[in-house]
Ligand binder design. Structure first.
Ligand code: NOJ
Length: 709
């Protein structure tokens, strides 16, 4: 009999339910309820996992209670939100996605995994895979942006990075794909709000990254808080037991989000906590995060025949299997050893990731700053804001490791006079600092305006109805820019900010997001031209909040926009165009594409087509370019998006170099859920587009015919 069967046989009901109980320690507070001191419960075998606790001693102490004090000595599982770094903090996921580099995504996840596992953490609540097209939603910062294919590749890279490629021994850090699913489509961009999405949108947009994560072997899934089409995700039998378990054959652990099972009562689908516990278990949720209702109420649910012991045993077996997979039965105190020098390597990686994630949005010749610049004024509330550079979910990271933009610039330009004033706070009404800040601008050769949001303004429970600059920052920026010195604005943010006036007036704007520990150095490298920026937007950037949800892969309409015809799809007071399209991002070099060609006129299911395009650097500096391949299925049984991303590639170009990039496009890439939601590939003509962004006016196109056997 297997170890797990033996344990299951030996366990009392309370011990079994203990394994399903995931509690929080108070070291980080990531929800409205903190479990307090759980030592007594751990010693009594009433806890299966603990999160929000870190530090080797603290974890070893809790583990000792489980292993030495309980009757069966089942080790605890330690979880933590390690989203974009553990001690070393990398750029927030939305920013890092903009590097469009799976290898980089994997390497930062691996570094985070090693650091977390070297401190005794077993499982991360990441990757966050919510596709989102709504920058009001604060959690857009945590995920891979708006596109499902990008989400899929991001999912696979992160899972590989966290878990390692060889599961034959054990995971360095088990990954959790979250939040299953569709939270990115929360009504009006408000956290926890209901989601109403079509079955088609679920299958085309919101589910694919999760499917990809599970195909990559992801150990766990966390359900979302929201309901989807009326059924709260912690109670979604159809998507959990149906889609995940039966269709995708997922046999890992499904856990609820924080108190989400107890919240089924508030959602209005359970009369009381007993029903809530039963509904969630029956739907497929194995672990109950923080609600405590499994432990407290499943015994009564059993008595009331709302669940049976087989449901409980199956859930417990999955939790025990995960512990086994982590090697915890052999070594409950396991820590992954960090190589000597790993911390230094991770810090270097943090700089590389930060440089490759900052997006140059506009540049009217100001950047890189000229070598003649002698006096710089660095103004704004984020110029010297260390902790904010970490962004939301900064795990065990600390502001003390963070390099601010002010510090980074001073290091990069030791011979420049750099004057600093914050001018205003990030939020609040105090304008008294504007005049002294403007005084510093007089006589400056260049101004660096550091504007945006605090780290706490994105992530969970951080949604915004307005997408402008908070507080009095606009007043500050306008007064500073009226002084006439050439100004580069840096936008620190977890989402696109709708600030068209700034894009119009500043000589250059960089989306500096939250770039992590080495934000300031990376930004200084870009401002001074030591690094040629290469990031591209993983999310469409709106001009106005009223355009949201806005995304490049919209479907057509029977009345597409026509300036000459008012009865077409349009606004009275704003154009339909985004401020910047998906994929937008400038470099200091210029690249052109030409000669898009397909090696065959017809594509069948057996042989992929080779698509090629020539890429030329028109500049005198080396560059890294991202080339996107889009397609449009012109006529199908179900209207297809105007353009859809099918692939992308990156190419490094030397000055004035020309290269040819290849894509292999299989018929499968044109699969979509048919009228009955089953995947189909339909014969017919498709347009293939290559571009440096999704800007429809700048795409090269070619034609291909799909023929099905
Ligand atoms: C709630 C968040 O929604 C989730 O993403 C996180 O993993 C848990 N809290 C644990 O901190």
């Amino acid at each position: 009999m297997s170890r797990i069967d033996c344990l299951l046989r030996a366990m009392t009901l309370e011990e079994k339910l203990g394994q399903l109980n995931l509690v929080t320690a108070g070291q980080a507070v990531t929800g409205p309820v903190v479990c307090g001191d759980t030592t007594k419960d751990i010693c009594a075998g009433r806890v299966g996992g603990v999160f929000n606790l870190w530090g080797l001693d603290a974890l070893a102490c809790a583990q000792r209670s489980a292993v030495e004090e309980t009757r069966l000595g089942v080790p605890l599982l330690f979880g933590l939100d390690v989203l974009h770094g553990h001690r070393t903090i990398f750029p927030i996921p939305l920013a890092e996605t903009g590097a469009f580099d799976s290898r980089l995504w994997e390497r930062t996840a691996r570094a985070a995994a090693l650091e977390a596992a070297s401190e005794g953490i077993h499982l991360t609540f990441a990757p966050m895979l919510d596709v989102s097209r709504d920058p009001r939603w604060g959690r857009i910062a945590e995920g891979p942006g708006e596109d499902p294919l990008v989400g899929e590749k991001f999912a696979q890279a992160k899972v590989r990075g966290f878990q390692g490629d060889d599961f034959s021994r054990f995971y360095p850090l088990a990954a959790t794909a979250k939040h299953f699913c569709a939270g990115g489509a929360a009504t009006a961009g408000r956290d926890y709000a209901a989601v109403d999405v079509s079955e088609r949108a679920l299958h085309e947009v919101y589910l694919p990254p999760f499917r990809a994560a599970l195909e990559a072997g992801c150990a766990a899934v966390m359900t979302a808080f929201n309901n989807v089409n009326g059924a709260p995700m912690a109670a979604q039998r159809r998507l959990l037991n149906g889609y995940l378990r039966r269709r995708l054959k997922f046999d890992g652990v499904i856990m609820s989000d924080y108190t989400a099972i107890a919240e089924l009562v508030e959602h209005g689908v359970a009369a009381d906590s007993v029903e809530a516990a039963a509904i969630a278990l029956k739907a497929g949720v194995d672990m109950d995060m923080v609600s405590g209702v499994y432990l407290a109420h499943l015994p009564e649910a059993l008595d009331r025949c709302l669940v049976d012991m087989r449901d409980i045993d199956a859930a417990v077996a999955r939790v025990l299997q995960l512990k086994d997979r982590l090697g915890l039965f052999d070594d409950p105190y396991r820590v992954v050893r960090l190589d000597a020098g790993a911390k230094e390597t991770h810090r270097r990686l943090a700089l590389e990731a930060a440089r490759r994630s900052a997006t140059l949005l506009t540049n009217r010749g100001l950047l890189p700053l000229s070598a003649n610049v002698r006096r710089i004024a660095i103004i704004g509330p984020l110029a010297d804001a260390g902790a904010d550079m970490l962004g939301p979910w900064s795990a065990a990271g600390g502001a003390e490791n963070c390099v601010t933009t002010f510090a980074g610039l001073r290091r990069a330009l030791p011979n420049c006079e750099i004057a600093h004033h914050s001018g205003v706070a990030i939020e609040g009404d105090d304008e008294s600092g504007i005049a002294p800040a403007c005084a510093l601008v007089k006589g400056a050769d260049a101004v660096v305006l550091c504007l945006g949001e605090s780290a706490g303004m994105s992530g969970e429970a951080a949604c915004r109805a307005a997408l402008g600059l908070p507080g009095k920052q606009r007043q500050l920026a306008e007064r500073v820019m009226s002084a006439g010195a050439p100004t580069v604005a840096l936008l620190f943010c977890g989402r696109p900010l709708a600030v068209p006036w700034l894009f119009e007036r500043a000589q250059a704007v960089v989306a500096a997001w939250f770039l992590g520990d080495r934000a300031g150095e990376a930004i200084a490298d870009i401002l001074t031209g030591r690094f040629n920026p290469s990031a591209r937007l993983a999310v469409t950037w709106p001009q106005e909040v009223g355009q949201v949800p806005i995304f490049y892969s919209a479907r057509s309409t029977g009345r597409p926009f026509d300036a000459a015809n008012p009865y077409t799809s349009r606004y009275l007071d704003c154009s339909n165009d985004p401020q910047f399209p998906f994929g937008h991002g400038l470099s200091f070099s210029r690249t052109t594409l030409s000669n898009l060609r397909v090696d065959c006129a017809e594509l069948n299911t057996s042989q992929p087509a080779k698509v090629r395009v020539d890429v030329r650097s028109e500049s005198d500096i080396a560059t890294e370019e991202t080339i996107f391949l889009f397609a449009r299925d012109r006529i199908a049984s179900v209207a297809r998006p105007l353009i859809e991303l099918k692939d992308w590639t990156k190419v490094a170009l030397q000055p004035r170099e020309t290269a040819t990039v290849d894509f292999a496009l299989s018929a499968e890439a044109f699969q979509f859920p048919g009228e009955d939601m089953e995947p189909v590939v339909e014969p017919g003509d498709v347009d293939i587009f290559a571009g440096l962004s999704a800007d429809p006016d700048r795409l090269l196109s070619a034609r291909l015919r799909i023929v099905c056997a």
